[in-house]
Design a protein around this ligand. Structure first.
Ligand code: GLA
Ligand code: ZN
Length: 668
């Protein structure tokens, strides 16, 4: 059964009228109308209200909310309310709560507080989800289900421990296979019975939250925890599907959030949605990468920007206001990268508790005469004018960058060689090199079909899972280019090293052998001297490389390995592979990327240099070019676009056109 798609771009956000007196609702609706808001996400944290006790359900207030939004022709995103447990549930069944990394069992409080393996929680969550679907599932204004909210965290309780053992048994079959996978003869850890296995937390293998004595165990725990929460999602989804087969179902993700393997999750979701909360100093390329990752989760299908703040947040260390124009620029950035919605957390600022200082469409002043509201209203009218032109449009990319949660976990669990090695940061450095050149990329999984790309980039591809090296080799043999870096090809999926020399299964493909890996402290650096005499600083790690068929493009300038290769290139079949053995400064990475794109004749969206963000979406043969100025100063429009029309303003572009800071244009 295919699910009904959105009929328009959604504009709105989280709305919690049930935290307010009913007399205030109509005024809210009057204000929202002035901003052309057409959508609201409701019922997100309402479990205690709609189920006041184990036996009693009370939908009277939710009925009123849904009626009100339906009458105003809203697209309603209906949440299942399960992300914060009611107090009565904790009181009667304390096991529904989580046990943390330190082994402390939590009491009632906070949110995202359910043990994923508590059967009691599971039973209640599925039941409330299906009851909601039974009651509201046939309302055509409900265009999306929002299961739970920002699934995340982990639990280390006895129930989870038992469930972990079952999960392991299914994965490994025999205790012998498990001992081997986890290399349990190290420190005499061999186990003989399944019930000798304990969860890896501060009471066992943990050294600190992000560290472990046994990466194999901790990796499997992360996989298990991601799967456990995914089972929770699937269970609610299936509960909804009993009564509603047509409406889209999603849950809001969090970009590069570490704990959940979102590629696996996306397979179970009808549409990806996510919450974008950059801080005041987050580079726009980082937000762009997150959007592309969210688009990549379902192989290029449009996603939903489920949450962003209209201005301020409350939970960052410094919750600065979004400067005039910034919210609009960030909203269009999401659309530019594949979002079909622009939604806020939140439509109305709460009166108490920890989010009372979080930005909202309606502020504590309670009326529409605010800067933030004016900006929200202007954007609403702009989106309304755009209509459905961009809805369901797609992005074409010739470059794919691999993002892989197993690698994320494994790389950051490694004890050595350098504690500053951070997965997302490494991926972002390569993403940024393409972003700065106005070359759009897809963020892809290790399981993607590489043949649709000319270039595949896999920075710090530390863990090479079964079959991956072969698939990469086929891709390159047939003419593709593969670019990778230090800390690649080192371990298998259990975090055991491929013996025989690094980069293990990638060695032949890359034509090199890495004999040693030097770690540099923050104040230390080396230089990479390219054959064209350019030189770039390099830091963090320095691979000592022997050529085995590859050629050296750059070599180290100092230390005992001066003169030995740091960047290499290898011909393999019809294609080429590139290896970057250290962390080069951005200009150095750009220098390599230039050569890679020239080899595949990949053209940027602009001739020459520009500091503008430029991307495209396409629909029915029409290309829409989004140009956004995230710089602090005005920028000249590149001449490539002279004569084009901005569909937002209707203006024709001229040689004199300049984009002020935070300006956005969409050209046809
Ligand atoms: C998250 C949650 C929301 C809200 C916002 C605040 O994204 O989903 O409920 O707490 O953060 O930024
Ligand atoms: Zn648990």
């Amino acid at each position: 059964m295919t699910q009904r798609k959105f009929q328009r771009m959604l504009y709105g956000g989280d709305y919690n009228p049930n935290q307010w007196p009913v007399e205030t609702w109509s005024e809210d609706m009057r204000i929202f109308k002035q901003a052309a808001i057409n959508s609201a996400s409701v019922n997100i944290f309402s479990w205690a209200k709609i189920q006041p006790s184990e036996e009693v359900y009370d939908f009277s207030e939710l009925d009123k909310i849904i009626d009100m939004l339906t009458k105003d022709h809203y697209d309603i995103i209906l949440a299942t309310a399960t992300a914060a447990l009611p107090a009565w549930m904790f009181k009667k069944y304390p096991e529904v709560g989580r046990t943390d990394y330190e082994g402390r069992q939590h009491k009632f409080g906070q949110r995202h507080n359910a043990c994923p393996n508590s059967l009691v929680y599971q039973k209640f969550a599925r039941k409330i989800a299906s009851k909601l679907a039974e009651r509201y599932g046939d309302n055509p204004n409900i265009t999306c289900w929002h299961v739970n909210n920002e699934y995340g965290g982990e639990c280390f309780c006895d129930n989870c421990e038992k469930a972990f053992r079952v999960w392991l048994r299914t994965k490994y079959g025999t205790i012998e296979a498990l001992n081997k996978a986890w290399n349990m003869d190290f420190w005499g850890h061999r186990v003989y019975e399944w019930d000798e296995i304990v969860l890896p937390n501060a009471l066992s293998e943990g050294i600190g939250y992000e560290d472990t004595a046994f990466a194999g165990i901790s990796l499997d725990y992360r996989r298990f925890n991601s799967d456990s929460l995914l089972e929770n999602y699937k269970m609610e989804r299936d509960g909804i599907r009993e009564f509603d087969q047509n409406t889209l179902i999603t849950t809001n993700l969090m970009g590069t959030y570490k704990n959940l393997d979102y590629f696996k999750w996306a397979k179970e979701m009808d549409i990806v949605s996510w919450d974008n909360y950059p801080s005041y100093d987050t580079p726009p390329s980082y937000s762009a990468m997150c959007h592309d990752l969210m688009r990549g989760l379902k192989e290029g299908q449009p996603f939903m920007l489920m949450e962003q703040t209209p201005s301020q947040q409350n939970w960052q260390p410094y919750n600065s206001l979004k400067r005039p124009g910034k919210m609009r620029a960030q909203s269009f950035q999401a659309v530019a990268h594949g979002s079909d919605t622009v939604q806020f957390f939140q439509l109305k600022r709460s009166v108490g508790a920890c989010e009372k200082f979080h930005g909202a469409v309606i502020s504590h002043a309670g009326h529409e005469n605010t800067r933030v509201f004016k900006e929200v209203a202007e954007l609403g009218h702009e989106l309304e004018k755009l209509g459905n032109k961009l809805l369901d449009s797609r992005t074409k990319s010739r470059v794919g960058i691999i993002f892989d949660w197993d690698n994320y976990w494994a790389l950051e669990y490694t004890s050595g060689p350098n504690k500053d090695l951070a997965y997302v940061d490494q991926i972002h450095q390569y993403y940024q090199a393409f972003y700065d050149k106005q070359i759009q990329v897809d963020m892809i999984s290790v399981d993607s079909d590489f043949s649709q790309y000319d270039v595949v980039v896999g920075p710090v591809l530390y863990m090479v899972k079964e079959g991956l090296a072969e698939r990469l080799a086929t891709f390159v043999k047939e003419g593709g280019q593969f670019l990778t870096t230090f800390m690649s090809g080192i371990v298998n999926e259990s975090d055991n090293v491929y013996l025989g020399g690094y980069p293990g299964p990638l060695r032949n493909l890359l034509g090199i052998w890495v004999e040693e890996i030097d770690a540099l402290a923050p104040e230390q650096y080396n230089h990479s001297l390219f054959v064209d005499d350019t030189s770039y600083k390099c830091q963090l790690l320095c691979d000592i490389i022997h050529l085995e068929g590859a050629e050296a493009l750059a070599s180290y300038q100092s230390d005992f390995y001066a003169g030995s290769p740091v960047v290499t290139k290898n011909n393999f079949g019809q294609g080429k592979t590139w290896y970057v053995g250290s962390q080069l400064e951005p200009a150095g990475i750009a220098h390599i990327v230039d050569q890679v794109i020239a080899t595949s004749q990949i053209e940027a969206l602009v001739t020459g240099d520009s500091s503008l963000e430029i991307t495209t979406r396409e629909k029915a043969g029409q290309v829409y070019t989004f140009i956004i100025n995230f710089q602090g100063e005005a920028q000249e429009l590149p001449l490539d676009f002279v004569g084009k029309i901005d569909i937002l303003s209707g203006k024709e572009m001229t040689k004199e056109t300049r984009l002020a800071s935070f300006d956005v244009i969409i050209l046809i």
